[in-house]
Design a protein around this ligand. Structure first.
Ligand code: ADP
Length: 447
């Protein structure tokens, strides 16, 4: 990976982490605001419920039989001094104090009933469209112990939002608390838009970064691929150039030049090297032209038998390994309308592959037959074969079988063959078995 690509990747990773952290912080901060709002609302609801309960108990007290009149509420009571005009107390806190006084008084006759308070709270919550479960607790504020509870907290009560303590006396002995149980729906309802916005933003950011990483890795692959491709081409061209150099160099020696047999062989080798080089270059140019839509066939009647015989002569004299090529022609002249140079290049490729991908000596069987509408050419070898999972890819550009990496090549030959054969209105297929061999079948229309 180049330094700039690495830097971009690091910057992108840091940015995505920062964006996600910022999103998480914003969501958390908003959640805290919603939680505080819910606590404040619970305080108000608890106060409202307590006052409603107090009023009910007061009304009940009024209609109670007269026997209460004989009870002196001050009998067991402790007296507390407080001054309503004390300090700068607002109207609300004075009312609270009056509520407490009333509660203390009424409790002597009708003590507070948490179940009743629970049902009043339930009603207020529904009026406010809050559907969460809840519980009301009577608390001893000093040690925060629960003295009584309107209902039991179940094990599924994992997330609780408690109100502040609502005092029921002036000595801090008893207080009420309203706890909202698992108020997820309430929180989601209040955070809904913010959550949705944040999720959408995070998804867009992640998609954008994914796209960036895909582009970067594509670019990285392309650079690696370009380098591999160039070095493969250089290697492929070096081979014939080396052969040409050796043979032409040898021909400079008068002893060799005068030896007719040696001279003919070296000239033949030099010509083969030039043909190979020319073939590689025309394949590259042909594919580039085809990509630009500029490839034109120079069609004329071509005798396929002649082409195969020429190729056979060229390949059996391979200096690299012993090659036997067996041919089987339906007749001496099998004519198709085609571009002779390009078709020759295609068949040369198939024969070259059959030889290249055979360990040791190579045996290639070539047959040319006809049916009503097509000429069928088969190139069969007893070589390495192609793994089943790779067969469907070998006609793709730059595709090579990994196991064949020790054989030189750059993966455009078969793509060129397929392109040219299809341009002739034909088709190519392959059947292969690993370590047994491969057969490439080419179909070309007769007319
Ligand atoms: P190249 O030979 O330059 O790699 P080709 O496009 O001609 O490129 O072939 C693509 C791949 O298909 C080769 O790399 C090789 O793995 C596989 N292949 C082609 N022909 C044969 C064959 N006759 N036997 C085994 N494998 C083959």
């Amino acid at each position: 990976m180049s330094t700039s690509t690495k830097t971009i990747s690091y910057i992108a990773i840091v940015s995505i982490i920062l964006i996600l952290c910022a999103q998480a912080y914003l969501v958390y901060d908003y959640f805290q605001t919603v939680r505080l709002a819910l606590i404040r609302e619970s305080d108000t609801i608890l106060k409202e419920a307590f006052r409603a309960d107090l009023n009910q108990r007061n009304t009940n007290l009024d209609i109670m039989p007269d026997e209460n009149e004989n009870i002196d509420p001050t009998d067991d009571a402790e007296f507390v001094d407080f001054d309503l005009s004390e300090g700068s107390e607002d109207e609300e806190s004075i009312l609270n104090k009056l509520d407490i006084i009333m509660h203390i008084y009424i409790s002597n006759f009708i003590p507070i009933d948490l179940q009743k308070l629970d049902s009043i709270t339930n009603q207020i919550l529904h009026e406010r469209n809050i559907t969460s479960e809840f519980v009301i607790q009577l608390i001893a504020p000093e040690d925060q112990t629960v003295v009584a509870s309107s209902k039991k907290l179940s094990k599924s009560s994992i997330f609780l939002i408690p109100s502040q303590l609502y005092p029921l006396d002036f000595e801090n002995k008893e207080a009420l608390k309203l706890i909202l149980i698992n108020p997820f729906s309430e929180i989601i309802k209040r955070m809904g838009l913010m959550l949705l916005g944040s999720i959408i933003f995070s998804i867009i950011a992640l998609l954008a970064f994914r796209f960036l990483f895909l582009t970067l890795s594509k670019q990285k692959k392309l650079v690696r691929f370009k380098n591999e491709f160039l070095s493969n081409i250089a290697h492929e061209l070096k081979r014939p150039v080396a052969s040409l150099t050796v043979n032409l160099d040898g021909l400079q020696d008068p002893d060799i030049f005068d030896n007719t047999g040696m001279r003919d062989m070296m000239l033949h080798n030099s010509l083969n090297a030039l043909t190979e080089m020319n073939g590689t270059i025309s394949m590259l140019v042909g594919l580039a032209r085809e990509e630009e839509g500029l490839l034109v066939l120079n069609k004329q009647p071509v005798n396929l038998v002649d082409i195969i015989i020429d190729l056979k002569n060229r390949f059996v004299s391979s200096p690299a390994k012993r090659v036997s090529i067996h041919t089987d022609f339906e007749s001496e002249a099998i004519i198709v309308q085609g571009d002779s140079i390009m078709l020759t290049q295609c068949f040369a490729n198939l024969i070259d592959n059959a030889i290249k991908y055979s360990d040791g000596d190579a045996t290639v069987n070539i047959s040319v037959h006809m049916n009503k509408s097509n000429v069928i050419l088969a190139f069969e070898d007893k070589g390495m074969g192609i793994p089943a999972d790779k067969i469907e890819h070998i006609f793709e550009k730059y595709s090579r079988v990994d196991d064949h990496s020790k054989v030189s090549g750059f993966g455009i030959g078969l793509n060129y063959v397929k392109t040219i054969i299809e341009k002739h209105g034909g088709s190519i297929s392959v059947s292969s078995e690993i370590h047994v061999g491969s057969t490439f079948k080419v179909l070309l229309p007769c007319k």
